[in-house]
Design a protein around this ligand. Structure first.
Ligand code: ADP
Length: 494
């Protein structure tokens, strides 16, 4: 059989995640034609601290990029886009580009006390009004402040203008092209970005002791941003897109009109609803965030983040030894008629939206002598539906109904989970053919940014359904389950 061969231009996504980085080449129909990934080390120097070596990440980006570009199926690269783990901060030397400290990762909680102190001083309401975010160590600003305060000489270098700072996208863009840029979707995660004005907020920078001169220029999510340096893989290729991972996934899921929603079930779960040109201000501790800025026009999203999703399944496997493989959960969950009253609250690292309780810890409730391994596994999957239900309820409380939900991420290979989501949420669940939506989103944006598609709608028009799950099941039984969940969450969220 003849192979497809290199037929047309490809768009390269650099998908820089929390545990690994990947390069993927997509053709104009949105199919992956080549990919390469490389894991990098996680550093946990103290409890609650999580660091990455930015130089190691850059080396992995270069290697995976070189791998893909060496593949004959990616013979005609047209443009490169970056999508990245958000909020994580890097500081580097303006001249040499060398990282001057470990990158502090989004999961890192070292600034919790500082956040509490700012809360006690009454800053949270103003911060939320300006940024759409909450006062939580999750976001970039307090991490950058920590570096400036604690890394020898860094503050002085900042004052002298000899350093640069930014989220991972800004660091990679600088290393690849020499341009110090970030896009609006990433900037909106820093606690330094004024959501109404679409620029760095001088007052917030002053509050955190950060000179705006060390921050990147904020550019459109798609468009010409720079050219890859001569001595790097992909030399001469244009960098034409930057987007935060969840925003890229939303675009990869073609959730382009107001009201459309996607949830990604990986290590954690992130649900984003496109709110169009409106900034929806949440009364239920959801985040208002920039989805993208294209041709100078911004679109916004409302976001709910769950910290523990697939990592609960990893814990069943590695912590409890209940399963040998994540994929076993589907057969185990369907081997029993119900959960036998067992509920798991997956607060292994605190509770995310809409609770935001970092002190909460997990629980398994409703155990009886009748409870088996299968009931516990089923409860672990059901917990994903309940956590999503809480987010959807919070969204509805903010006037943003979720009428159908597109899902992706490693967990949605599990059809039982997809069906349970449909049953519990009472809305259709749609699973796309390409579930690498984050990388796909970056590639679509890169294609728009280089001018090979006239709009993101055109670029994303090839989105294809793999399977749809319609709500079924008895509503009163679902109501009973939700009551069990609400009781169990109440016990840990104290
Ligand atoms: P990330 O991008 O956050 O590393 P992925 O999207 O690759 O995560 O998803 C991996 C997660 O999905 C793992 O935590 C794994 O436990 C879970 N997972 C993978 N397959 C299944 C499955 N069939 N059923 C339930 N969970 C699964």
């Amino acid at each position: 059989m003849a192979s497809d061969g290199p037929t047309g231009p490809v768009y390269i996504a650099i998908d820089e995640g929390t545990t690994s980085t990947r390069a993927a080449a997509f053709d104009a129909r949105g199919n992956i034609v080549s990919q390469s990934s490389k894991a990098f080390e996680q550093h946990f120097p103290r409890p609650g601290w999580v660091e990455h070596d930015a130089e190691e990440i850059f080396a992995a980006v270069c290697q995976t990029l070189a791998d893909v570009l060496a593949d004959p199926r990616a013979a005609k690269p047209a443009a490169v886009g970056i999508t990245n783990q958000r909020e994580t901060v890097v500081v580097w030397d303006r001249q040499t580009g060398k990282a001057l400290a470990p990158a502090i990762v989004w999961q890192d909680r070292r600034t919790a006390q500082y956040c509490d102190a700012l809360k006690a001083e009454g800053h949270e309401a103003d911060l939320t009004a300006r940024t759409g975010l909450l006062l939580d160590p999750y976001f970039t600003a307090t991490k950058l402040r920590w570096l400036l305060e604690h890394v020898d000489g860094l503050k002085e270098k900042a004052a002298a203008g000899s350093i640069m700072a930014g989220t991972i996208d800004a660091y990679l863009a600088f290393k690849l092209t020499g341009q110090h840029v970030t896009d609006h979707s990433n900037a909106s995660r820093t606690l330094l970005y004024n959501l109404d004005r679409g620029q760095w907020d001088e007052d917030l920078c002053a509050l955190f002791g950060i000179q705006t001169s060390i921050l990147p220029r904020i550019v459109d999510t798609a468009g010409p941003m720079g050219t890859i340096d001569q001595d790097l893989p992909g030399a001469g290729l244009p960098l034409t897109a930057i987007a935060g991972d969840q925003q890229a996934a939303t675009i990869g899921q073609a959730c382009l009109s107001a009201g459309s929603a996607k949830a990604t079930y990986g290590t954690g779960c992130f649900l984003l609803v496109n709110t169009g040109r409106d900034i929806k201000r949440s009364k239920n501790r959801l985040l208002s965030t920039v989805l993208c800025q294209l041709n100078g026009e911004r679109q916004f999203a409302l976001e709910g983040s769950i910290f523990v999703a697939g990592s609960l399944i990893q814990w069943l496997r590695d912590g409890l030894g209940l399963i040998a493989d994540a994929a076993e959960t589907q057969a185990l969950a369907s081997s029993v008629d119900d959960n036998a009253g067992v509920v798991i609250v997956p607060a292994l690292t605190g509770l995310g939206a809409p609770y935001w309780n970092p002190q909460a810890r997990g629980a398994i409730t409703g155990l009886t002598r009748g409870a088996t391994r299968a009931h516990i596994v089923r409860a672990a999957l059901e917990a994903q539906s309940y956590q999503t239900y809480d987010l959807v309820q919070a969204m509805a409380g903010d006037g943003q109904e979720v009428r159908s939900l597109r899902v992706d991420g490693g967990m949605v290979a599990n059809a039982w989970l997809c069906q349970d989501l449909a049953d519990v949420l009472g809305v259709p669940i749609e699973r796309p053919k390409v579930i690498e939506t984050t990388a796909l989103g970056a590639a679509l944006l890169a294609r728009v940014g280089v001018g090979d598609a006239s709009s993101v709608e055109e670029a994303a028009s090839m989105w294809q359904l793999d399977a749809s799950f319609s709500p079924a099941g008895d509503r009163s039984a679902i109501a009973d389950r939700l009551a069990q969940w609400s009781d169990a969450v109440g016990r840990v969220n104290t």
